[in-house]
Design a binder for this molecule. Structure first.
Ligand SMILES: C[S@@+](CC[C@H](N)C(=O)[O-])C[C@H]1O[C@@H](n2cnc3c(N)ncnc32)[C@H](O)[C@@H]1O
Length: 257
């Protein structure tokens, strides 16, 4: 295990992450189908609270999940303890950075669900991550991941706000609501997202910030090609719809050339 002593950006999100996303399930069948087609063990980059990994493990697949946030991994460990004992061993959590990791295993399939790849903030970081994945895939191995599409109507703004009320979070009785502030730095293709979590019960607000470097479709295909991957498919949704800019989502399936 590579240990990272500094705080990772997601450490501050960890406590609240599942309130917002534990119920997200629109991508699960898609990643399960890939596991069925390409086999395990599966390398999951940015495994987070094991939302996807626990589902894969419950279906009998082995997953090695890496994440650079110790607190997200702590939450993943709790999540996995709810799985039947015989399945818990199917997920191995590794505290490591996607830009620089070494594992013993070579994988037939690597997945990066829920746009974790966008946390690479420079071209060097993007290429470093793809190089590490390439090293850990079998020849002909598959890399699959989803990104959000940088929609013109969204990135035409330089700053905007959003709010998520208590009733929209799970569980509904947490007493927490979220105020979201997004700053756009177009010259860097970066969206800086600050979530302020207000807890009605103790009256306190806790904030956490993360950055996404958004990527356009052909920029992603170029990054893949530069790193020794061949793009096989680009989908516009988890039902394998054809890529459509306006769908807001793009999913890449690439093969280690
Ligand atoms: C949007 S979350 C996705 C979590 C999970 N895969 C899911 O689908 O719910 C992104 C994850 O990527 C992790 N991450 C961000 N930068 C990372 C890095 N450089 N190395 C490893 N993990 C990273 C974060 O800690 C976080 O858990």
């Amino acid at each position: 295990m590579n240990s990272q002593h500094h705080q990772a950006p997601y450490d501050k999100f960890a406590k609240f992450y599942d309130l917002e996303y534990s119920h997200k399930d629109n991508d699960l069948d898609f990643y399960l189908a890939l596991a069925r087609a390409f086999g395990s063990p599966i390398l999951e980059i940015g495994v987070g609270t094991a939302r996807v990994a626990s589902r894969l493990a419950a279906a009998g697949f082995s997953v090695v999940g890496i994440d650079n946030s110790a607190l997200m991994l702590k939450s993943a460990t709790q999540q996995l303890s709810h799985l039947k004992e015989m399945l818990i061993g199917h997920v191995q959590l590794v505290h490591a950075d996607m830009r620089n990791f070494t594992l013993e295993t070579i994988f037939p399939l690597c997945i990066i669900p829920f746009r974790a790849f966008l946390h690479n903030l420079t071209m060097d970081e993007q290429l470093e991550t793809l190089t590490q994945i390439h090293r850990h895939l079998e020849p002909g191995g598959i890399l699959a991941f989803d990104l959000f599409v940088p929609l013109y109507q969204v990135i035409s703004a330089s700053e905007w706000h959003d709010k998520i009320g208590e009733e929209e979070l799970h569980p509904e009785n947490s007493g927490v609501s979220i105020d979201i502030k997004i700053k756009h730095r177009p010259e860097q293709q970066i969206l800086r997202v600050t979530n302020s979590y207000f807890n009605r019960q103790d009256g306190k607000t806790r904030s956490a910030t993360m950055n996404y470097r958004y990527i356009f479709r052909y920029e992603m295909e170029a990054l893949l090609r530069l790193s020794g991957f061949q793009t096989i498919e680009v989908y516009g949704g988890f039902e394998k719809q054809r890529y459509n800019y306006h769908s807001g989502i793009m999913i890449f399936i690439a093969k280690r050339a």
